[in-house]
Design a protein around this ligand. Structure first.
Ligand code: CA
Length: 440
C-alpha cells in the first residue's frame, strides 16, 4: 500500500539523501548489517540514508523507539542481533517503524531529536557491510522465460523451451554457505569439464566462468513443515529484495548437470548486495504479472489470484557493468553490458514462494530465494555472458579494445538495480560487486 512514507516531496536533513541520483533517499530506507572497522569493531543493524548508515541499535539505546507501538521492533534491535530478527515481525508493526524512521530523518524533525539521530549516523564508506543474516537455505529459480529460451536455443535450436516451463516454476536448491557480501573476491573454481566430447573429461580451472544477474528475496515469516502458503498470503511472507550474482562455471555445469541439475558449477560462490529493500519501499513500483496472452496457459489455481495477476510484478531496472584490469589501469569507467527488468519474469515472487511451500516444505525466516537470471526480449537485455555471446561464439567488445567470451581473471562484475516511476522518488538497491581471482 502506498502511504505518506512514499511521498516524493519528502526531504531529509541528511543532505546526501536528497541527491537525485542516490539509491537511498528517505523513501527507501533499506536494512543492512554493518561492522565498524574502527576501534570497538562492533556491528549493528542499520538503515541506509544517502551516503550514511543509521545505527538502529544505538538509536534504540538512546530511547528513540520507546513507544508502545514500536516495542516489538525495538526489542529485536539488540546488540549482535541479525537483520533477520526483523523479518518475521508483522507488516503493520514494520510499517509503523518505517514511519518513525521517516519522522526522525525528515527535514522538519525537531532539533533535539535530530542531534541524537545525527550522532548515530556512520559514513557508509567507513564500515563493512556483511550479509544481513545467517541464510539457512538458498533456492534459485529459473523464472525468466527469455533466459530459458535463449539458453535452451543453444542446446535445442528447434525446441528451446521444455514443455513443463509454462506450468511449473523451475528451481534448484543452491548452497547457502558460499553466499558472500558484495566486495568479496571470487576465486575461479576448478572442476571437471569435457571440452572435447571425443576425449575423456579433464579437471582444472574453469575456462567458461560467467555471472548471472538475479534478484533475491528473503523469507519473512516461515511456514510449519506440512503447511502450505496460499498465493493470497504469499507476500506477507516476503520481507524484501536484494541483488544476486549467481556465478556460474559453464564448463563444469555443462558436464555435470544431467540428470540432477546444477551442483559444483554454481556452489563455489554467490554474491549478494548487502541492502535489503523492503516490500513496503517497493509499493509504488508494482506492476501486473507477466502477460501470458494466448501464447501460454493460465497458471494453475494454486498459483493464481487477482492480486497476483494485477500487481504481482515489480518494475526494477537491472544493470550489469564490467571492469577489467586493463580498463582500471587506463582509467576507463565500468562499462554497461546489459539492462534488463524484473517485471519481465514469467513467474512472480509470490508464485515462487507459494510454489516452494506447496508440497509442505517449511520455508524459514532468513531463507534466500533467487529468481534466476533476469533477461528480457531484446539482445541488450541478456543477463549473462552465456546468452550474450551465444555460448562463447560471439565475443562482446569492451571500450578498452578487449573482448570477452567469458570472464577472465581480475574482471570485476558490478550489478545495480533501481526503480523509477513518474510522480515517485527514484530508489535503488546499491551495488553487488565481485572481482574474479585466479584459481588457487
Ligand atoms: Ca541462476
Amino acid at each position: 500500500m502506498i502511504n505518506s512514507t512514499h511521498d516524493s516531496t519528502l526531504k531529509s536533513w541528511v543532505d546526501s539523501a536528497n541527491d537525485p541520483d542516490t539509491d537511498f533517499p528517505i523513501q527507501n530506507l533499506p536494512y543492512v548489517y554493518f561492522d565498524r572497522s574502527g576501534a570497538d569493531g562492533d556491528g549493528g543493524i542499520g538503515v541506509l540514508i544517502g551516503d550514511q548508515a543509521l545505527d538502529l541499535t544505538r538509536c534504540r539505546e538512546d530511547g528513540l523507539f520507546a513507544s508502545e507501538e514500536l516495542a516489538e521492533v525495538a526489542w529485536t534491535l539488540q546488540k549482535g542481533a541479525a537483520v533477520s530478527n526483523l523479518f518475521d515481525i508483522d507488516p503493520e508493526a514494520l510499517s509503523a517503524f518505517r514511519a518513525r524512521l521517516v519522522a526522525l530523518l525528515k527535514d522538519d524533525s525537531d532539533e533535539a531529536t535530530r542531534s541524537i539521530v545525527a550522532k548515530n549516523l556512520v559514513d557508509s564508506k567507513s564500515v563493512r557491510f556483511d550479509i544481513p543474516c545467517e541464510i539457512g537455505d538458498y533456492t534459485d529459480f529459473y523464472c525468466s522465460i527469455y533466459h530459458a529460451t535463449n539458453v535452451g536455443k543453444l542446446f535445442r535450436p528447434d525446441n528451446p523451451l521444455l514443455p513443463n516451463y509454462s506450468w511449473v516454476p523451475i528451481g534448484y536448491h543452491g548452497r547457502a554457505s558460499s553466499i558472500v557480501p558484495s566486495g568479496t573476491d571470487v576465486i575461479r573454481p576448478k572442476g571437471q569439464g569435457r571440452p572435447d566430447p571425443e576425449a575423456p573429461p579433464i579437471f582444472g580451472p574453469s575456462r567458461r566462468l560467467d555471472y548471472e544477474m538475479e534478484v533475491g528475496f528473503y523469507v519473512g515469516k516461515g511456514n510449519d513443515l506440512g503447511d502450505t502458503i496460499d498465493i493470497a498470503d504469499a507476500e506477507k511472507h516476503i520481507f524484501g529484495l536484494c541483488l544476486v550474482n549467481d556465478w556460474s562455471a559453464r564448463d563444469i555445469q555443462g558436464w555435470e548437470y544431467q540428470p540432477l541439475g546444477p551442483f559444483l558449477g554454481k556452489s563455489f560462490a554467490t554474491t549478494i548486495s548487502p541492502a535489503v529493500v523492503t516490500m513496503e519501499a517497493l509499493a509504488p513500483f508494482r506492476v501486473p504479472a507477466f502477460d501470458r496472452g494466448d501464447d501460454y496457459p493460465a497458471p494453475l489455481p494454486y498459483l493464481s489470484d487477482e492480486t497476483n495477476a494485477g500487481s504481482g510484478g515489480i518494475d526494477v531496472k537491472l544493470d550489469v557493468l564490467i571492469s577489467t584490469k586493463k580498463m582500471r589501469d587506463e582509467g576507463i569507467e565500468p562499462h554497461l553490458i546489459s539492462r534488463s527488468n524484473l517485471k519481465d519474469l514469467f513467474w512472480t515472487v509470490g508464485q515462487m514462494l507459494t510454489h516452494h511451500a506447496s508440497n509442505g516444505c517449511n520455508l524459514q525466516t532468513g531463507d534466500l530465494i533467487a529468481t534466476g537470471t533476469v533477461s528480457g526480449k531484446e539482445d541488450s537485455e541478456r543477463g549473462c555472458l552465456l546468452e550474450m555471446t551465444l555460448g562463447g561464439k560471439e565475443p562482446i567488445e569492451l571500450p578498452s579494445g578487449e573482448t570477452r567470451k567469458f570472464l577472465e581473471d581480475y574482471d570485476e562484475i558490478i550489478l545495480r538495480g533501481f526503480c523509477e516511476r513518474e510522480g515517485f522518488r527514484r530508489i535503488g538497491f546499491g551495488e553487488c560487486r565481485g572481482v574474479v581471482l585466479p584459481a588457487s
